[in-house]
Design a protein around this ligand. Structure first.
Ligand code: NAP
Length: 238
């Protein structure tokens, strides 16, 4: 399905990004994974670069020194990496705010911009952002995280217009909770609140990886060239 496609997945070292990267490799793609640490996928069609996505200079030099040299073209970008260091607004340390803004919003902007430069050409290209139910549900204690997730939807919608003549579509997949390190990092109180949110969804369960891969395949398809600036929420949220 993805033979000869070159695909970047941010946050590919674990969690959702790890599974997305493995899915693309299983289906014939060459995958570039990005995260701060080293990669956990051993495959001839996988390359991993260590980069701090919260640091724009580090992103630019990763492209300049590695990705631009190794790949003439990128077909698909999955902006998956994010951090969630949420707290109630009144007590949230500024460092937590800055970390989320830098990785979840500025990082997505920078990686999208640098990748789009490698997407020029006739072939269809795709930018897919991983969003969150948080931007729709707007949970107490999640102000900055939810705002960054709304921000990347807006980013995708504007880039969809800017890049449409380059045959690049930009869409967002907003997922519900899924069992990863990020979900485990919530406090016991927050876990109870998340369960309550999930129980009130039209489809009251957390995401499975296949729910995510299904929409990724849909947005990535060559047949989806007329689908851009769209956000799909899992679980029936709207
Ligand atoms: N899990 C959930 O319940 C849930 C719910 C809704 C939405 N989401 C969204 O789904 C996506 C994936 O989340 P996840 O649960 O898989 O998260 P995760 O398990 O915490 O993994 C996050 C990934 O991002 C990378 N990363 C974090 N900070 C980075 C930085 N500064 N520079 C480079 N890489 C960085 C991590 O690698 P390193 O630490 O090695 O850098 C890791 O590979 C995120 O966009 C998240 O907002 C998750």
């Amino acid at each position: 399905m993805y033979n000869n496609k070159n695909i970047i997945v941010t946050g590919a070292s674990r969690g959702v990004g790890f599974e997305i990267a493995r899915h693309f490799i299983r289906h014939g793609a060459n995958v570039v994974g990005l995260s701060r640490g080293s990669g956990n996928i051993r495959d001839n069609n996988y390359k991993h670069y260590s980069v701090d996505l919260g640091d724009p200079d580090s992103i630019v030099s990763c492209f300049k020194n590695h990705i631009n040299k190794d790949f003439k073209r990128i077909d698909i970008l999955i902006n998956n990496a994010a951090v969630m260091t949420s707290q109630f607004s009144m007590i949230m340390p500024i460092k937590n705010v800055v970390d989320m803004l830098n990785v979840n919003l500025l990082g997505v902007f920078m990686v999208s911009r640098e990748t789009a430069k490698l997407m020029r050409g006739k072939e269809p290209s795709r930018i897919i952002n991983i969003g969150s139910m948080a931007s729709c549900i707007e949970p107490i204690g999640d102000s900055i995280y939810a705002a960054t997730k709304s921000g990347i939807t807006t980013l995708a919608n504007v880039m969809a217009k800017e890049f449409s003549t380059l045959n690049i579509t930009c869409n967002t997949l907003a997922i519900t909770a899924i069992e990863t390190d990020m979900l485990k990092s919530h406090s016991a109180n927050a876990q109870v609140k998340i369960k309550e949110i999930i129980n009130n969804l039209p489809i009251p369960r957390i995401s499975k990886i296949d729910d995510i891969l299904n929409v990724i395949d849909f947005f990535s398809s060559d047949r989806s060239s007329y689908i851009t600036a769209q956000t799909i929420y899992l679980g029936g949220i709207n």
